[in-house]
Ligand binder design. Structure first.
Ligand code: MF3
Ligand code: CO
Length: 270
């Protein structure tokens, strides 16, 4: 199966979905505090979907029972929201996806509630910046694994972190998960050639310890095997016909963070 190519009109719909995801994650980020439950965060996403008329991407996806994923501390991804209050210093990763006009947006953030351990801050900063490095490495005419290599290289430049092997980024469009799978590690210059109109979700998942993971009995929650804390960041972006990227799930389209890496974003979706 080929990688889906979108027209500018279709990418404008994806931008609408991306903005719903971005605004909802912003509301959830602002609400994260000691004593708040992840089920309350899920309710914020549900309310925002109702307000905007967008559809959740995750609910019922292979039977997934909620609108967001909320993963705390050694839970790395795919945690199911529950009624346990968030504690001081908890590292909370929130993943959220929405559909507008049939097109998906998918994004994730990690945040610490209350007092932040500097090691957790470095873990989160490394994870987030590796995502931007991956996006910055995507060029029309380049290769898929240029992103993988950039993500891994950045992480390894920052210290000894475990990079989850079993999960990675993905193509995204009329479905949340589409071809290709995007590893968060590996050599550059391999895989399909990147073309204008492609869109990808880039999502490094790293731990302060090893790369091994376990899926809990709830069949969703992914925890680190060594109980080390993990971080997860994700953005959905597209390559435009002018050869430039645009980050569909970033409120500013990625202008600031890609600009800092010397990458200009496309004006075509503004
Ligand atoms: N956002 C996640 C990803 O990119 C998907 C969550 S899995 C679901 O892979 F089942 F909750 F949808
Ligand atoms: Co994703």
């Amino acid at each position: 199966m080929a990688i889906q190519i979108k027209s500018i009109e279709q990418l404008k719909s994806m931008r609408k979905a991306g903005l719903v995801v971005a605004h909802a994650l912003g509301l959830m980020k602002d609400a994260i505090a000691v004593g708040v439950t992840t089920r309350q965060l899920d309710a914020i996403a549900v309310a925002y979907l109702n307000e905007t008329g967008a559809t959740p991407s995750f609910l019922n996806y292979h039977g997934y029972p909620a609108v967001i994923c909320a993963s705390i501390n050694h839970q790395i991804v795919h945690g199911i929201p529950n009624d346990r209050p968030i504690k001081d210093g908890d590292l909370v990763s929130i993943d959220f996806g929405a559909i507008v006009e049939g097109w998906h947006g998918d994004s994730a953030i990690s945040v610490v509630a209350g007092n932040v351990d500097p090691h957790d801050q470095h873990l989160m900063d490394t994870c987030e910046e590796s995502m931007w490095a991956g996006i910055a490495a995507a060029k029309v005419g380049g290769h898929l694994t240029d992103m993988s290599f950039a993500i891994e290289s950045y992480i390894n430049s920052q210290g000894k972190y475990g990079i989850l092997r079993e999960y990675g980024g993905h193509g995204i469009g009329t479905e949340m998960h589409m071809e290709p799978h995007i590893l968060n590690y590996g050599k550059a210059g391999l895989g399909p050639t990147l073309k204008a109109g492609m869109s990808f979700a880039i999502e490094p998942m790293i731990t302060r310890g090893g790369e091994r993971m376990v899926v809990l009995d709830d069949e969703w929650t992914v925890v680190s095997a060594d109980k080390s804390r993990g971080a997860h960041f994700e953005h959905t972006f597209a390559l435009l016909p002018d050869g430039k990227p645009f980050v569909l799930t970033a409120i500013d389209g990625g202008k600031e963070r890609l600009g800092a890496l010397g990458i200009e974003i496309s004006p075509l979706l503004s």
